[in-house]
Design a protein around this ligand. Structure first.
Ligand code: ADP
Length: 401
């Protein structure tokens, strides 16, 4: 079965065409600058094709993807009819507990969720609609939510201490994001540890440009650091993460900023970039810290401190911890962050083997010492294979519940 996994952002669209029977990626690529001008990079094995293609909306981007996939030179299929189903990453799934087949009913629910995450859900829904139009209404389309893995959180973890009516009337609560990634690495960690997932207490750390940490107890999410929006929790590349909520009003009054301007500061000018004044990219911040830039070092220290604190708090939330998993751009590649984040965790029984850790970049590996009672692992995430696997299951009429 050939499945197209689509991961759309506000101005970008990543895709992979996966042969699910062999789990082989037949082709993958990226559309960028959607709504501005449009650029496509398409890869088939070692062959890369790249072109400027007008993409006023995500529909033209999807058309460009299908044109690349069926191209006589760099394509991998003869016609679109060879694609059996498409799976779409959707950031905000509200109270959807699993991935769902897109039907007129589920589409109406998806549209009602746009107001919770307009920057993400809007373009993602446009991609689903474009695929229905371009592939035909009988080809299964599946929505895979960043939030659904976290729907198992108990009320004590997801309720905010706000007037209860805001939760009841407006669904203001912690949702959590990156669920597909946390779900994938938790399952993979259990395989690597040789134990049933149902018996493990894991803390999964998805550290990238956007970062979140999840407590996975017996295979289900019981707490996670992102909240009502993906701006909560850890400091990130440019997002502030958790801050005192009254800072917002203070800044509005003090600097005469509008609500939108404060949002822009918290989303785009904070995090690693805000503290360091250098960059949102950990590689740049580390290079500057090595040159003696103290603010760059402080940004790294703040980030690692918060990662440690969250891991410790989730060990408390679960009443124990068997494993810590690092994934995503920073988690998979940045040995320095992994070491610094774990250095306070010896009291829990987590000890990183420094020499092993230093050599691990983007590969599956246990990086804890032999006598560490908590296993520390690096596991590259693979959200696309999870999207494909849910899509295949639902397209075949299986239930995911
Ligand atoms: P996104 O949240 O955009 O999906 P990624 O998970 O791709 O982000 O992570 C991107 C981030 O990973 C970059 O901003 C960079 O800071 C970090 N990163 C990537 N490679 C390395 C590396 N070799 N060393 C340190 N950091 C890295």
């Amino acid at each position: 079965m050939k499945v197209l996994a689509v991961n759309a952002g506000s101005s970008s669209l990543k895709y992979q065409l996966i042969d699910y029977d062999t789990k082989r990626v037949l082709a993958k690529g990226l559309c960028e600058r959607i709504g501005i001008d449009g650029h496509l990079v398409h890869k088939r094995g070692d062959v890369t094709f790249d072109a400027n293609v007008a993409m006023p909306t995500h529909k033209e981007a999807m058309e460009a993807v299908f044109a690349a996939l069926t191209d006589v030179d760099h394509g991998v299929i003869k016609s679109l009819s060879e694609v059996d189903a498409a799976g779409h990453r959707v950031a905000h799934g509200g109270d959807f507990k699993t991935s769902v087949l897109v039907t007129p009913e589920t589409m109406a629910r998806l549209e009602s969720l746009i107001e919770l995450a307009p920057l993400h859900n809007g373009p993602e829904i446009n991609c689903i609609k474009s695929c229905i139009e371009l592939m035909g209404a009988d080809v299964p389309q599946v929505a895979v939510f960043d939030t659904s893995f976290h729907q198992t959180m108990p009320a004590e973890a997801f309720l905010y201490a706000l007037p209860y009516e805001y939760y009841e009337k407006y669904a203001v609560r912690r949702y959590g994001f990156h669920g597909t990634s946390h779900r994938y690495v938790a399952a993979r960690a259990a395989e690597l540890m040789g134990k049933p997932l149902s018996e493990l207490k894991l803390v999964t750390c998805h550290l990238g440009n956007g970062s979140s940490i999840t407590a996975v107890d017996g295979g289900v999410s019981v707490d996670t650091s992102m909240g009502f929006t993906p701006g909560a929790g850890l400091p990130m590349g440019t997002r502030c993460g958790d801050i005192d909520p009254f800072i917002l009003g203070f800044l509005q009054d003090k600097l005469g900023l509008s609500h939108a301007e404060v949002d822009e500061v918290l989303n785009k000018k904070s995090g690693m970039l805000g503290i360091s004044g250098v960059s949102s990219d950990f590689r740049d911040v580390e290079a500057e810290a090595d040159r003696g830039n103290t603010r760059a070092q402080e940004a790294l220290d703040v980030f690692c401190y918060h990662v440690s604190k969250l891991i410790g708090s989730y060990a408390a939330a679960m009443g124990g911890i068997d494993g810590i998993v690092f994934t995503a751009g920073v988690g998979e590649n940045d040995a320095r962050v992994r070491l610094a984040a774990c250095k306070r965790l010896g009291f829990l029984g987590a000890h990183v083997a420094e020499a092993v850790n230093a050599g691990v970049h983007g590969e599956e590996k246990v990086i804890s010492t032999a006598d560490s009672t908590v296993k520390v692992l690096v596991i590259p995430t693979n959200e696309e294979i999870m999207i494909a696997s849910d899509t295949v299951a639902l397209a075949n009429g299986e239930s995911l519940a």
